[in-house]
Write a new protein. Structure first.
Length: 77
């Protein structure tokens, strides 16, 4: 868990998401999609969701990331 959390912190850094809730959400998504999901072209929706509104606050960007993940998962359910 320590290594995964450290990996999540590093994944959040380029998106300026250094917030404990951002790291928690990214760790959860790493469990679902893989540790490198923010770099994986198969999950292009993830970094796109975080880059859509760079001026938005962290909560808004995390809400977009969560909505994008739910949209990606929904067809598979």
């Amino acid at each position: 868990m320590f290594d995964l959390t450290r990996c999540a912190v590093e994944a959040c850094r380029p998106f300026e998401l250094l917030d404990r809730w951002a790291v928690v959400l990214v760790v959860e998504m790493m469990f679902l999609f893989g540790a490198r999901f923010l770099d994986d072209p198969l999950y292009a929706w993830a970094p796109a969701a975080l880059r859509e509104s760079p001026g938005a606050d962290i909560d808004q960007r995390l809400a977009r990331l969560l909505a994008a993940a739910q949209a990606a998962i929904a067809p598979r359910l």
